[in-house]
Write a protein of this length. Structure first.
Length: 138
């Protein structure tokens, strides 16, 4: 799980660098980021939903915590993957030479996406991981 968070945070950092560089971005970085974005998220989400969430649900039964956040986290996974598809389309277009017409809108989109991922990670680190015995990596 720590590796999954590290990989997602590296992705967020790459997206932030792209957003900061708009409209003059490194097209190869856009293509590289676009190519890993959806597969990385899908693999991590599958891992969380099959391993982490069931462990959290089992741990919650022995505590005063609630599993009410699990459906929300699952819904966020779906939203993140849909958003990742849109981000991928834009990054591929830029990477293949399309002109950045509205850098502000694209930057806003990228920031909305990676900030959402960072909030999801923060919630898992603060609430889910400690309950299943994985210490906060800091």
């Amino acid at each position: 799980m720590k590796r999954a968070h590290r990989e997602k945070l590296q992705l967020c950092d790459a997206l932030e660098r792209i957003a900061d560089a708009l409209p003059s971005v490194d097209r190869l970085k856009c293509l590289g980021t676009a190519n890993v974005l959806v597969p990385l998220l899908r693999n991590i989400h599958r891992y969380e939903e099959t391993i982490i969430f069931p462990a959290y649900e089992a741990a919650v039964q022995g505590s005063n915590a609630s599993v009410a956040s699990i459906p929300r986290l699952r819904a966020e996974h779906i939203e993140d993957e849909c958003f990742a598809d849109e981000v991928t389309e834009i990054l591929l277009a830029i990477g293949h030479g399309e002109t950045v017409e509205n850098a502000e809108a694209i930057g806003f989109m990228l920031r909305g996406f990676f900030e959402s991922l960072r909030r999801h990670i923060a919630f898992e680190r603060e609430h889910v991981l400690p309950l299943i015995g994985i210490p906060d990596p800091g």
